[in-house]
Design a protein around this ligand. Structure first.
Ligand code: NI
Length: 234
């Protein structure tokens, strides 16, 4: 039976264990997030509340809450007749998402640069240096996000920063799988250094130009990815 197959498939990935009820939501959310981010549960996999509840020996309520959190992080989406399904690595509107990010991040950068101090510049620079020696792609995605956020961090508009961070989180998942394939590492690092120098010189327009070039590389990589996956049998 298919239900049983799916259940044993998930238990082979997530392990089967009895969770104490007060920890259930947080632990389930964490286990699922890690398995989705590192690709152990691929895009398109349906996550059924009852199966997960059985797997962890809990009621459906903490499972439902965990799934809702993951949906808010764009890792899952709810599809008619299927329920919660692991979201694709790149959504159809990825190019739109990048142009929106360019608007938001340019504004954050403009607002933040005049307020950045030496300490902020040093922190951002430390992330680039860590990126230089990091070889684990999931860590590289994370460091890239932290570097960018360090440059935007002084923007006084907190809501703007939250939107910016959502966009970077979305990109992080894509980067984990595609940094190597894109051969983006070196070029992206050149952009990062140029961005840091412009920020430390308080050259706002120059920094925004570099950011635009940097995000456009992302658009090109995603376009290549989508074109390549359109050729694979679906
Ligand atoms: Ni970057």
């Amino acid at each position: 039976m298919q239900e049983t197959d799916n259940e044993s498939y998930l238990s082979s990935i997530l392990g089967k264990e009895q969770l104490p009820s007060h920890l259930a939501r947080a632990v389930i959310e964490e286990k699922l997030r890690n398995a989705i981010l590192d690709g152990r549960i691929p895009s398109g996999t349906a996550l059924r509340q009852q199966e997960l509840a059985t797997l962890f020996g809990v009621s459906r309520m903490p499972v439902r809450e965990a799934l809702r959190q993951l949906e808010a992080q764009s890792l899952l989406r709810v599809e008619p007749h299927k329920g919660a399904v692991v979201a694709p690595l790149v959504s159809e509107d990825a190019v739109d998402a990048y142009s929106l990010r360019l608007l938001l991040e340019s504004e954050a950068l403009r607002l933040s640069i005049p307020l950045l101090d030496e300490q902020d510049i040093a922190v951002a620079g430390a992330y680039i240096k860590m990126l230089e020696i990091e070889t684990d792609y999931s860590q590289m995605g994370r460091l890239n996000r932290l570097f960018h956020m360090a440059l935007y961090s002084k923007a006084p508009n907190r809501r703007l920063l939250r939107l910016v961070e959502d966009g970077l989180n979305e990109e992080e998942r894509f980067l984990r799988f595609n940094l190597s394939a894109m051969g983006l590492g070196k070029l992206a690092q050149d952009d990062h250094w140029a961005l840091l120098n412009a920020a430390s010189e308080k050259a706002v327009d120059k920094a925004v130009d570099i950011l635009e070039r940097h995000l456009n590389r992302g658009v090109e990589a995603i376009t290549r990815y989508l074109t390549a996956s359109a050729h694979t049998v679906s």
